[in-house]
Design a protein around this ligand. Structure first.
Ligand SMILES: [Zn+2]
Length: 63
């Protein structure tokens, strides 16, 4: 009985617009839209926009 595998495969509708991520985006997944592009997470949104998280007052990026 091998009916387990094909029941759980969601449709891939796009890929994360953050080039460093490129994760598959599935139908029904909550995502963030930038123009016509989709990103998979808030972190990818930040990277896509060129924003980085730093410690205020220091030069080095915190990631
Ligand atoms: Zn992503």
């Amino acid at each position: 009985m091998s009916k387990v595998l094909d029941a759980v495969v969601p449709d891939v509708i796009d890929y994360c617009a953050n080039e460093e991520c490129g994760a598959e985006i599935f139908a029904g997944q909550p995502v963030t839209k930038i123009g016509h592009e989709l990103v998979c997470s808030g972190k990818c949104l930040m990277q896509k926009l060129g924003a980085v998280t730093i410690i205020a007052g220091r030069e080095a990026a915190a990631q």
